[in-house]
Design a protein around this ligand. Structure first.
Ligand code: MTE
Length: 300
């Protein structure tokens, strides 16, 4: 099956033609420079110019390794990521403890350049490498009664200072509705910028759901369960009023303590500074149909 965005989101096509044109116009001369720069800035959010490897791997949330943005990069190198196995259980035809290599065997690894929007209102653009979650679920066989997918992160207390101090409940858990999990945009990522996934970003394999706030994209996954009922999700357990199960990026539904209308783009370059947040993080055309008829204020 060929999906439009697979071909769209290669690095070569990352910058839309209109933005390139604007850059040229901006460089062409002083006349109208202000207006053109504003136009370029307005379109910048439509472009996908990836953040650097350094930016993506040095500013992280991974509470197992501490609550500061630099803590994961400082502490996560001690995490054991090999050998790695994932328990697949629940409503599946072929449950078991799968070696990571066996789970990935025969699947196509691709690069996907996705916007990444944290609920804390910062963002990056990340060139992920990985597979579609749907391919893995198809491989293990989803039973018809399954309606949700649950995920769990490794717990390695000896090397996880956040686990030692119980900064939040562990293991970190997350979940998706089955149709969200099967959506072709949803991936299990094993790398960034063509490099193996840095530990601080969730080595060796983590979820990426680009239209949802970043906390849904659970790291260092050791268990995938197919369930009939909605599974618990860590931030929803901690503070259900502030963090819903769905957590779709939505500039019209504010966090109780801050606006979700805009975001601070991490790093320099064309995107530096604050940009408007897009509905479903810019993936509205692809995913809006999943939520047809749902009150997105109620199901935040
Ligand atoms: N997964 C686990 N296991 N533990 C975490 O603390 N933080 C989440 C998510 N996945 C988190 C996690 C949050 S809040 C965000 S924004 C993203 O990871 C950050 O991913 P990044 O560090 O790769 O940018």
């Amino acid at each position: 099956m060929a999906y439009r965005w697979k071909n769209d989101l290669t690095r070569a096509d990352a910058t839309p033609r209109n933005l390139i044109l604007n850059r040229r116009q901006v460089m062409a001369g002083a006349a109208g420079l202000g207006a053109l720069t504003a136009a370029a800035a307005a379109r910048a959010q439509d472009a996908l110019e990836p953040n650097t490897f350094e930016e993506i791997s040095s500013y992280n949330n991974f509470y197992e390794f501490g609550t500061g943005k630099e803590d994961p990069a400082a502490n996560a190198s001690a995490m054991v990521t090999s050998p790695w196995s994932i328990k697949v259980d629940g409503l599946v035809d072929k449950p078991g403890d799968y070696a990571l290599a066996d789970l990935l065997d025969g699947l196509t690894t691709e690069e996907r350049i996705y916007r990444f929007r944290c609920v804390e209102a910062w963002s990056m653009v990340v060139p992920w490498n990985g597979v579609e979650l749907a391919d893995i679920l198809t491989k293990v066989g989803v039973k018809p009664e399954a309606k949700y997918v649950a995920f769990e992160t490794t717990v390695q207390p000896d090397v996880m200072i956040g686990v030692q101090y119980k900064v939040i409940p562990f293991p970190y858990v997350e979940g998706l509705r089955l149709d969200e999990a099967m959506h072709p945009l949803t991936m299990l990522a094993t790398g960034i910028w063509g490099q193996p996934m840095p530990n601080q970003n969730g080595a060796p394999i983590r979820l990426v759901v680009p239209w949802k706030y970043g906390f849904k994209s659970i790291k260092s996954i050791v268990r995938i369960s197919l369930l009939a009922e909605e599974p618990p999700a860590t931030w929803n357990i901690i503070n259900p009023r502030e963090y819903g199960f769905y957590s779709n990026v939505n500039p019209t539904v504010d966090h109780p303590r801050w606006s979700q209308g805009s975001e601070r783009h991490i790093g320099g370059g064309l995107f530096a500074g604050r940009i408007d947040t897009l509905m479903f993080n810019g993936y509205e055309a692809e995913v809006a149909s999943l939520y047809e008829g749902m009150d997105l204020k109620q199901f935040y």
